[in-house]
Design a binder for this molecule. Structure first.
Ligand code: NAP
Length: 496
């Protein structure tokens, strides 16, 4: 059970503690932040509202702990990460319970998120041992005008303190995707979890605590992003920010200092459907890609661009599958569950009403109860409708009928986002040519956009992000290259 058994230490009365210097603490602010259950719309949990002084203390201990962690053998860092992964997976049930209550994730998917996170941590430990165990050896005479008088040895060194800020939709997985690479690379880590999802994240952090990481190496400060966010992201002790979320990331990148940034932001993933596509395959992927976790995924299919000649047939197939989706509470494993907050539901409703006023075809009646929005396909959407461009982050999907592939590509590339996209056709040559012209970080051929498997590179172009994630890329991003050059008194060539 959440907050019980091994997790009893992290709870004080009805408020969850924050984690600093290897201990669970109450904030001196005396204030807490409420976490509203999206299904009941009542307060489910409370977390500490940490103060700036507490953030300062966390940064100080993170700096000190990092120095000795960087001198900890790689195999030992990996060993601790493997231990944390095992503990995390052992406690998947109470953590999944929090995900269900805080973010209305269907119960089965909540368990999957925790297990996938454990696997990610283990893979990261193995990958880190491999790639951080290697450096480069360069000789000088490959550059014009030089003789072989210099040997250059390079290795990857940690950056220092990494600040990790994940979003509400995967508060465990998108936290460990930052924590594990940071730690294996010899950095310390400060986590600021999303408010909706904070209690799941605190349970996950406790698994790292139980694994026995040194004091101060990992910290977790809670509070509203709007209140402590700027103080954290502009803190002089932070040497790298890894952020996943919406437009907040753009604001952070403008304020952050001269430090490496990893930004995974929003998306408006297009699904381009050609005339020769297997429409059953497309319909299945639109349902999975557009409506899983009620559309609250960065890589959800967010606009369908289908050739007019097959549009009627595709819409019919999607509607048939959509009518089978179950709608209700996450505890019952329904396909469509309440969206994360009332303001999110209001935003989605605004997009739907705008499309209605401008003449979109409603394939289902619009229905909402509290934060629960029934799945809706909007046909004949046109570019003057907001939903053609904006990210609903809900179970509402627009279909735009196109008369040429170029029209579809044009719509995809006119977006300010460039996360992923997908194209459905049986002609692989056409698929590759279309993929090359789509301005997105990834294009999936004959499948819906997806973030995983977690070791694949994952990146957004334009407003969708800075840098690339995926386990290997994240480890590399959280390190710097250090060179040592050996200067010889005279050229030296190995003769064998
Ligand atoms: P969000 O509102 O941008 O929040 C993300 C995180 O930023 C939360 O932890 C939030 O904390 C924190 N935050 C808020 N204001 C801040 C500030 N001034 N400084 C620092 N941190 C601050 O995003 P969300 O609603 O949680 O997630 C949905 C968005 O994330 C969508 O746009 C989605 O596409 C995107 N997303 C992208 C990816 C990707 O990989 N590209 C993956 C998943 C989601 P509080 O909760 O306390 O406000």
């Amino acid at each position: 059970m959440a907050g019980n058994g091994v997790f009893a230490d992290i709870l004080d009365g009805d408020v969850y503690k924050y984690y600093s210097d290897g201990e669970w603490k109450k904030s001196s602010s005396g204030k807490s932040v409420s976490i509203v259950n999206p299904t009941t719309r009542k307060t489910q949990y409370k977390v500490q509202a940490c103060t700036q002084e507490e953030v300062n203390k966390v940064m100080e201990t993170a700096k000190v702990a990092q120095k000795s962690w960087a001198k900890t053998p790689l195999w030992k860092r990996a060993e601790l990460l493997h231990k944390a992964a095992a503990i995390l997976k052992d406690h998947k049930a109470p953590i999944a319970e929090c995900l269900v209550k805080e973010i209305a994730k269907p119960a089965k998917d909540a368990v999957t998120e925790v297990v996938r996170s454990g696997d990610l941590v283990s893979y990261c430990a193995e990958e880190g041992v491999r790639i951080l165990g290697e450096g480069k050896y360069l000789v000088s005479d490959s550059f014009p005008g030089n003789e072989r008088t210099k040997y250059c040895l390079t290795s990857k060194i940690p950056l220092g303190v990494v600040l990790a800020i994940p979003p509400f939709n995967y508060p465990v997985n998108l936290a460990v995707s930052k924590i594990a690479p940071a730690l294996i690379a010899g950095n310390s880590l400060v986590l600021k979890p999303p408010t909706q999802g904070a209690v799941s994240a605190l349970h996950m952090v406790h698994c790292f605590h139980l694994a026995g990481f040194p004091k101060g190496l990992i910290s977790c400060v809670t509070g509203k992003g709007s209140e402590i966010g700027d103080f954290l992201t502009m803190h002089p002790s932070v040497n790298c920010i890894s952020f996943t979320g919406g437009d907040t990331g753009i604001a952070i990148s403008k304020k952050a200092g001269m430090i490496p940034l990893q930004m995974e932001l929003g998306g408006k993933d297009a699904c381009i459907v050609l005339e020769d596509a297997d429409l059953d395959l497309v319909a299945g992927n639109i349902i999975k890609g557009g409506f899983s976790y009620s559309g609250q995924r960065c890589t959800a299919v967010k606009v369908v661009l289908v050739m007019e000649s097959v549009a009627d047939a595709l819409v019919e197939k999607v509607n048939a599958k959509l009518s089978k989706l179950t709608v209700g509470p996450p505890e019952e494993n329904c396909d469509i569950t309440p969206v994360v907050s009332e303001s999110s539901a209001n935003f989605i409703e605004g997009l739907v009403m705008d499309a209605k006023e401008k003449g979109a075809t409603f394939c289902q009646a619009y229905k909402r109860e509290g934060n629960l929005i029934w799945p809706l396909l909007l046909d004949n959407v046109r570019p003057d409708m907001r939903i053609a461009w904006e990210e609903p982050f809900g179970p509402v999907l627009p279909v735009i009928r196109i008369n040429s592939v170029e029209e579809g590509i044009h719509h995809c590339n006119a977006s300010n986002f460039g996360l992923q996209g997908c194209v459905f056709t049986k002609d692989i040559n056409k698929a590759i040519l279309i993929s090359d012209t789509m301005e997105t970080g990834t294009v999936q051929i004959n499948s819906a956009p997806a973030r995983g498997p977690d070791h694949f590179p994952f990146q957004g172009l334009k407003d969708s992000g800075i840098g690339s994630q995926g386990i290997t890329n994240s480890i590399n991003m959280m390190t710097k290259i250090k060179s040592t050059v050996i200067n010889l008194p005279s050229p030296s060539y190995t003769m064998g």
